[in-house]
Each structure stands twice: as C-alpha cells, then as structure tokens.
Design a protein around this ligand. Structure first.
Ligand code: NAD
Ligand code: MG
Length: 385
C-alpha cells in the first residue's frame, strides 16, 4: 500500500477526491500541483503540509509564494516546477490528475524517477501509450488505473489467469445527449453539454462524455493498460453507471464490478492496492436500483467513438492527433467559438488529413504532432494558444 503521494492536478475534480482519500487513510502528501486555482491550492497546502507545491502559471505561482511565506513549503513555478513535483523525493506514488496531454511529461518524469503511477490522466496513454508503457516496463514501476472503467477491469482481473481473458466490456453512461440524433444536436449549448446525468467531473471530460470521445479515449487507454486490441474491447451503453465495466473470459463467464458512482473507490483502490479499506462511499442498494439497462452506442451520431477506434487500429501517431484535435475543439466549444457538432467534425477531419503514418513513436514526434494539430485548429477558429 502507498505511504506517500504527490498529487498532480490537486485542485481538480479527481485531485480533490484524491486528497479526501489521503485524509481518510492518513496517506502522506508530499507535493501538490495546479495550473492556477491558488486559493484552493493554498488551503490544501496548509492542511497537508507538503514539501512543495508547484503552479503552472508563473504569475499565480508568485502570488502563492507570498501567501505561503509564513510556512516552510517550497513554491515552484511553471512546467519545470510541475516536473519537479512529479519526481519529488519521498513520494512512492504519483497521482496524475492533470487534464489533457499536459500530463504526458509529468507522467514520464514520475516513471523515470521510479515512482508508481496512479493514472487518471487518460490522455497520457492515448497520446503517448508506447513511450509510457516502455518506460514503465524499463523502470519496473506499477501503473494503477484510476479511470473508473479501467479500475473496474483491473479489479475484475484479480485472480484471473492471463490467458483466460477474451474481451473487456467498457460501460458508458451515454453522456448528456444520449438518444439524440444529429439534427437535434445542432443548437445545443455549453450549459446543456456540461450537465452530466451521473457524475460531477471537470469540464473537459464532461464534454468528452457528451460526444462519446471519452469512451473512444477509454478504448485506447484500455488497449494500452490491458494489452488488448480494438476488436477485443466492447462498449456498452449503461445509463445507470452502476456496473463500472466488465470482463468476459474464455468460458464466457462475465465478471463485473458494481458500486455507487463515486470516484473515491477507484482512487482508493489505486492507492491501497491490493488492500481493501473502508470507504465513506454510499452502499449500493440494488433493490432500490431495481433495473439495469444496456444498449449499443450510436456511433453514427456520436462518431468520435468510431474515429478513436479507427485511430487505434491505424496506430502510431493517429491517436495522438485525434486527441490533440479534440482538446483544441473542446476548448473552442467551451469558449463559444464553435458548435457542439463541430467538435466531432474537427476530430474526424484531423484524423483523416493526418499524413504521418510512417513517423516513429518518439517523444519528440508525439509532442510535435500534438502541437501542430492543436495550433492549426486553434488558429483557424481564433482560440488562445
Ligand atoms: P479538472 O479540470 O477538474 O482538473 C484538472 C487539474 O489539472 C486541475 O488541478 C488543473 O489546475 C490542472 N491542470 C489543468 N491544465 C494544466 C496544465 N496545462 N498543466 C498542469 N496542470 C494543469 O479535471 P478532472 O475532471 O479532475 O480530470 C483530470 C483527469 O482525470 C482527466 O484526464 C480526466 O479525463 C480524468 N478522469 C476524470 C474523472 C472525473 O471524475 N473527473 C474520471 C475519470 C478520469
Ligand atoms: Mg471513465
């Protein structure tokens, strides 16, 4: 079980819930990071007394340094500061709860420093799966999934012989616009897209859930984590979010993990593996739930899922490009610069236009494919770089 953690992205939805788990089980917190949100970061720092805090935005870091001047806590700034927190001495596990591909370098920094990784930042594996997996293998560190579906699969796999796995079945809530057809999505607003039926999460992943891009990213994430190809990953719409995912074995038994929809369960499992500790999460009363429903996803309307599967089959930098296009498009949608349907169109166009099929999967190639795709889309629609 983990003794001490560094929490990257501690002010976000996963970060705050990670600190809840740390508080409950007396896990030491040695480093915290955020992009801005220094008021919350200051509160967290005063409560957990880490060795260091790092703030991506340098002006915000300078302000926090003044606010924490009466403490011994070291305040670091910029990307360098976040990387320093990722290899902070004293942490045995780094929780990466940063949103977007900005989490890739911190992930590699942590792994190369020999830290175990509790990974919520799925974009790390989507954009850079090959380099991350090879660093994890080389360093012999553990990679624990935090994403609820992947944690569910990881939990189901405990005690299961490796050869027995036939396929994984990712469940999906369907997001804010389940059941709608393309024509009905033309005029949907940011507020409507941000209303998730079952989970309260950061803005980007909530939009990703509404487009089904999130499930597409999760298919790619599952493929790296569990070493299964696209055709062995099913996606099943399950509106109630009670079954968090399943595995099917050679004998056609299906094993599922169920629970109240609360991210503190997968976060806690990643930090306490292989132990099972008490949790404040509400007990699941299946007699109250009464009915669980399942359906196939509509990948004509929600084409991002199909585009991600295609990117996974093509391999190489295709997932990196699809992810970068999505990050830029979601940013533009949240800024009111493009419509909801344009997110899917931009992801599809970027993947179709990509011509770097023969590029090797080096970190440099990953970062430049990400940067070029993102900047092209942001410039086209007047987004901030
Ligand atoms: P969030 O937006 O609530 O929080 C993101 C955190 O990252 C914040 O602390 C923010 O300061 C920091 N951050 C943002 N941009 C950064 C940058 N450029 N550099 C460094 N730090 C930066 O996001 P979230 O919902 O907590 O999601 C975090 C990650 O976890 C995402 O990859 C998401 O897909 C994944 N995830 C989230 C949930 C959930 O329930 N929220 C569930 C499963 C997976
Ligand atoms: Mg998930």
């Amino acid at each position: 079980m983990t003794q001490a953690i560094a929490v990257l992205g501690s002010t976000g939805s996963i970060g705050v819930q990670t600190l809840d788990v740390a508080r409950m089980h007396n896990i030491k917190v040695v480093a915290l990071t955020a992009q801005r949100s220094i008021r919350l970061l200051e509160q967290q720092a005063r409560e957990f007394q880490p060795v260091m805090v790092a703030v991506g935005d340098k002006d915000a870091a300078a302000e926090l340094k003044i606010a924490l001047a009466d403490t011994d806590i070291q305040v670091l700034a910029g990307q360098e500061g976040i990387l320093e927190a990722a290899h902070c001495q004293g942490a045995d596990t780094v929780v990466n709860a940063i949103v977007g591909v900005a989490g890739l370098l911190p992930t590699l920094e942590a792994v190369n420093a020999g830290k175990n990784l509790a990974l919520a930042n799925k974009e790390t594996l989507v954009a850079g799966g090959e380099v991350v997996k090879s660093a994890v293998r080389q360093k012999g560190v553990a990679l624990y999934p935090v994403d609820s579906e992947h944690s569910a699969i990881f939990q189901c796999l405990q005690g299961c012989p490796e050869q027995a796995l036939e396929k994984v079945i990712l469940t999906a809530s369907g997001g804010s616009f389940y059941g709608k057809r393309r024509e009905e999505l033309e005029k949907v607003t940011v507020q409507q897209a941000l209303k998730h039926p079952n989970w309260s999460m950061g803005a980007k992943i909530t939009i990703d859930s509404a487009t089904l891009m999130n499930k597409g990213l999760e298919v790619i994430e599952a493929s790296w984590l569990f070493e299964v190809p696209d055709e062995k990953i099913d996606v099943l719409i399950h509106r109630e979010s009670i079954i968090h995912s399943m595995i099917q074995l050679k004998d056609h038994s299906i094993i599922a993990q169920l629970g109240t929809a609360d991210m503190r369960i997968p976060i806690q499992y990643a930090l306490t593996y292989p132990e099972r500790l008490a949790s404040p999460v509400k007990e699941l009363d299946l007699s109250q739930i009464a009915t669980l429903t399942f359906a196939k996803p509509d990948t004509d309307t929600f084409a991002c899922l199909r585009i991600c599967r295609e990117a996974l089959r093509r391999g190489g930098l295709y997932p990196t490009v699809a992810n970068a296009a999505n990050e830029a498009a979601v940013q533009l949608f949240l800024e009111g610069k493009i419509s909801f349907l344009q997110i899917t169109d931009l992801v599809g166009e970027a993947a179709a236009a990509f011509s770097g099929a023969s590029c090797s999967m080096t970190l440099d190639n990953i970062l430049s494919a990400d940067r070029e795709t993102r900047q092209r889309i942001l410039h086209q629609y007047g987004g901030d770089d």
